[in-house]
Every structure is written in C-alpha cells, then in structure tokens.
Design a protein around this ligand. Structure first.
Ligand code: FAD
Length: 498
C-alpha cells in the first residue's frame, strides 16, 4: 500500500526517472504507469482533507481573478486541491468523447483557436477501453445515438431513480430519446469495489463505500512493481532549464515546513489541472525561455475553455418524493441534441442532476461546449505575497450563449411536462469551474500549438503535458474519462520511448 507523505520523507537522489506534477486523475494514472518503468515521484500541492466539505475546499482555492466584460471577479482555477484532485468528489459520470469531438472545425469555423485534436477517437479508443476495464462503468449500449464504438459494457446500468422515471416519461412525450447515464459507480461488485448502496448523490462528496471509481485507490493499492513515491503539500513553482535546453529540475515549496526544495529528474510530466499547468510553464522563465517555458510562440495559456452550463428544476410531485430515498446524482440522459441544436449550432449534453440539499426537486443539467478562443487565457499574476495566484481573461462568445439557451429551452420544456413553475438558471462559469481545458493545446504545427500529439512540449523535449490543458476542444461531454485515457496514452508512450 502506498501513501502520500511529506516531502521531507522523500529521498532526493539519485535523480528520479520521472517527476509528475499534480496528483489528480491525470497525474496519478501517469505516475502509476511510469513507475512500472522507472523511479517516479509525484508532487501534489494539497493535503488530504477527508473531513472538509466541498464548499470549504472550493473556498480554499479562490485565489485568482477573472478579468472579463463583466469587470474583475474573484476566480478559481482549480477543480480541487488534494490527493485525487477533483475526481475524489466527482459525480461519477464517466463518458467518452464522441468521434466528432476530435474535429469540430466545421461547427466552430468562427473559433480563433483551432478546435481540431491532432489525434482521433480511434487513437484513444484502446485507452478508453482499458480505463473502462479497470474501473467498470455501469451503462447500457445501443440507446445513445452518438455512442462511439467501444468494448461491451462490463456492468449493467443503474435503474432510473423515481425522478428519472418522470423525466423519461416527459422525454417520451416530446419524442426525445434517452438512456441511463453512464456511471463509474458499481451497479454490482467489480474490481474489488462493492456495489453502490445509493446512500446519496455522489456529487461533491467522498464515496463512503468505495463503490465510486477513482484513480486514487488504484494507485494507493498498487504493488511492488511500481517504483512510485507520492508527496503531498508540495507546490511546484517553476521548472529549471539547463544549458542544453532540457529541464533538469523543478523548484517547489514544501508548504508544511515553509521550505523551498529542488527535485531533479530526467523527464517531467505536468498534470496540475489545465489552468495551473499553464501557470507553472509561464512561471518557468529562463534565458532560453524568457516568456515562460515553451512559450516562444505566445501560445501557452491561450485557448482555455470552460463549459457553458445551467440547471432547470421543478418541484417533484408528492408521489415521487414518497418513493424516493437518496438517489444517485444522475440516472438518465439524452444526447439527441449533442451534435446539433434545433436552431442550429453544435449542441450539448442534458442529464438528470439530483442535488442532495434539494430532495423535493427534479433537476436537469444542460451543458454545451465553448468556442475555442485564443484570447481566452490564463497567466500567473504578478508575484506578491497575498495577491492572486493567476489572472484569467475570458469572454463568452455570443453564439455560445445562443446555444446554451437553445438547450436550456429543451430542458425547460421537458420539466414543464412534469409540473408547473419550472425555473432555469445559467451558471457564471468564467470565474472557474470543475471542467477546465486548454492552454497547452495539442497540434502538429509548433507555431500554433504548445504540445505535439504525444503530449511533449514542442520547445522542450523532456517535458510532457498530460492533463486537459492538452485539449484543443473541450467538448460538451464530461471530461474525466478522456482526461484519464489521454494521460494513460501519453505516459505509456513516454515509458516506451524513454
Ligand atoms: C464536484 C465535482 C464533480 C465533478 N463531476 C464530474 C463528473 O461527474 N464527470 C466528469 O467527467 N468530471 C467531473 N468532474 C471533473 C473532474 O474532477 C475533472 O475532470 C478531473 O479532476 C480533472 O483531472 P486532472 O487530473 O486534469 O486535474 P485535477 O483533478 O484538477 O488535479 C490537478 C491536481 O494538481 C494539483 N496541483 C495544481 N497545481 C499544482 C502545483 N503547482 N504543484 C503541485 N500540484 C499542483 C492540484 O492540487 C490537483 O490535485 C467533477 C469535478 C468536481 C469538483
């Protein structure tokens, strides 16, 4: 059994083969893979805090500012800080991107950053299948019209909640197809994890039973063939370039002892969450890289994307409340409008989203992707002890708002079949949200992208970006399945070629 320990308990020499920065799902799966091949050290900024509430954890990371057309606001460039990253409190929705998500250039001809991925669905498919085999995903097949080819489902889907049954009836009346939301939550025991007891919506909470899939337990339970050390409460501050142009070390702050330390390694993998990964590269200035590591083309930090989202809700009829004990977060979804909305434009994902604090409510989450815009960017704030961590500059494209409202009206029409007084609210995600992407966009042209298809920086050949900073287009589907599959692909290729 491996554990996260303080940096002072970690040997510094000889040099590590691989140093991974960030202990979310991307960093953990990458470190796990690389440690089969060589001595690996993972650095995670946060410390474990199982007793903290989600709002306390989020409040602890509101350390940045957003500059937008709406003025200057406090912002949050983290999903969460701590071993396991955002996945420790995720809602459990594990879906693959659709084959079309890897090239949406026709739908986003107005984008000022290229939405095309340098790889396609088929490149990622074996890794998606492998992640599914390791975690098990409770899902069905044949009902989702946008479903990409995949391995056969390993676990049966969860039955619909009483709320989802009402949503499904409304979908049926409107002629909208639906399917059980694919969940990384065991519907029967699988991979040494028990079946879910439906103790409550998983969103924002730690799983009490271990039924919810996460990368952290997989890594903590890995065997002696993995040469892996895990350090928490240590923040990577800058990468240091040697005269040959390679990165030789990372400078970091041990936040327990308040001491700076230097860690040396042969290869570095950055997985600090999309926005913090960009900030780390931009803080890594040197004679060879005066504007930040690999930023000679002024692309690092550009093209960041959030999702545009909102919730529509209606009061649940008494009958549904009566039958309902705590439920899973989501048990029904539709992708009928994923590729195209009725009024035109690339569509989005619509699914049940039960809230633990609103048991009397039926709620839908509507989600569309954002147009990739080079002007939407993140940069480290000018340093000051109490000042912000990073500055986000962001503007929502008008067409994205139209697309969001088009999907919102479908959500509202659906819930209006269930009850009166439907309310719909759009979220202001530009201040930061849990789905972060872009900023070290992948591409084959070193003039317009930061990393190549294999995740390696164009301008520094021993540093890789393994998290969603890689994503040229963030898609509307929930990202974590793609984050893990792509990090697995990048780290396996690195292990094979180093
Ligand atoms: C409440 C909630 C619900 C969610 N539900 C879903 C869902 O149902 N489905 C889905 O697909 N996704 C969901 N997500 C999103 C999901 O959590 C993210 O997609 C995923 O965590 C991204 O993984 P990552 O490894 O790229 O980044 P992160 O999880 O953000 O991990 C990055 C890690 O790097 C660390 N770090 C940052 N900077 C530094 C530094 N300088 N030095 C060292 N370490 C650093 C951070 O502390 C963090 O632990 C949800 C997220 C939240 C918070």
């Amino acid at each position: 059994m491996k554990h996260f320990v303080q940096l002072s308990q970690i040997p510094r020499s000889p040099d590590y083969d691989y140093c991974v920065i960030g202990g979310g799902p991307a960093g953990l799966i990458a470190a796990h893979e690389l440690s089969r091949r060589g001595e690996t050290l993972l650095l995670e900024a946060g410390a474990a805090s199982p007793e903290s509430s989600y709002s306390e954890l989020r409040a602890a990371t509101t350390d940045s500012v957003l500059v937008s057309d709406h003025g200057v606001h406090p912002a949050n460039p983290w999903t969460l800080r701590g071993p396991g990253g955002g996945m420790e409190r995720y809602a459990g929705i594990l879906v693959r991107y659709r084959a079309q998500d890897f090239d949406r250039s026709a739908a986003f001809a107005h984008a000022s950053a290229d939405p095309r991925w340098p790889i396609g669905y088929e490149d990622l498919r074996p890794y998606y299948d492998e992640v599914e085999r390791r975690f098990g995903i409770a899902r069905t097949t044949g009902l989702d019209p946008t479903e990409p080819p995949s391995c056969a489902p390993l676990l049966p889907p969860h039955p619909p909640s009483a709320r989802a049954e009402l949503i499904n009836e409304a979908f049926d009346e409107l002629g909208i197809g639906h399917f059980p939301t694919p969940l990384g939550v065991n519907s029967r025991p699988f991979a040494r994890r028990p079946a879910c007891t439906r103790c409550g919506p998983c969103n924002e909470t730690l799983c009490r039973t271990g039924a919810k899939a996460s990368v952290l337990p997989l890594v903590l339970g890995s065997g002696s063939e993995h040469r892996l050390r895990l350090a928490h409460a240590v923040t990577a501050e800058a990468l240091r370039v040697d005269p040959s142009g390679r990165v030789s070390a990372v400078e970091c702050l041990d936040t327990v002892r308040g001491r700076h330390a230097t860690i040396r390694a042969r290869h570095f993998v950055i997985a600090a969450g999309a926005l913090n990964s960009c900030a780390l590269l931009l803080r890594s200035t040197s004679r060879l890289h005066p504007h930040g590591l690999a930023n000679g083309n002024d692309q690092v930090g550009r093209g960041i994307q959030f999702k545009l989202t909102g919730y529509a809700d209606v009061r649940a009829p008494a009958s549904a409340q009566l039958r309902e004990s705590p439920t899973l977060f989501s048990t029904t979804a539709t992708t009928d409008f994923y590729h195209r909305l009725p009024g035109g434009g690339c569509g989005g994902f619509l699914y049940e989203a039960s809230a633990s604090d609103r048991p009397d409510t039926i709620r839908l989450h509507f989600v569309v992707s954002e147009t990739p815009m080079a002007e939407n960017s993140v940069a480290p704030a000018p340093s000051s002890a109490d000042g912000p961590n990073v500055v986000i500059r962001h503007r929502t494209h008008r067409s994205d708002l139209r697309r969001l409202r088009s999907l919102r009206s479908i959500a509202v029409d659906t819930l209006a079949r269930i009850g009166r007084g439907v309310r719909a609210q759009e979220e202001f995600n530009a201040t930061g949200m849990a789905h972060l992407a872009g900023g070290c966009r992948a591409g084959t042209d070193p003039r317009t992208s930061v990393v190549g298809p294999e995740g390696r920086l164009h301008q520094c050949d021993n540093v890789y970006v393994a998290d969603s900073a890689y994503f040229p287009y963030a898609a509307a589907a929930n990202p974590t399945m793609t984050v893990i599959a792509n990090a697995l692909r990048i780290s396996r290729q690195l292990a094979q070629h180093s």
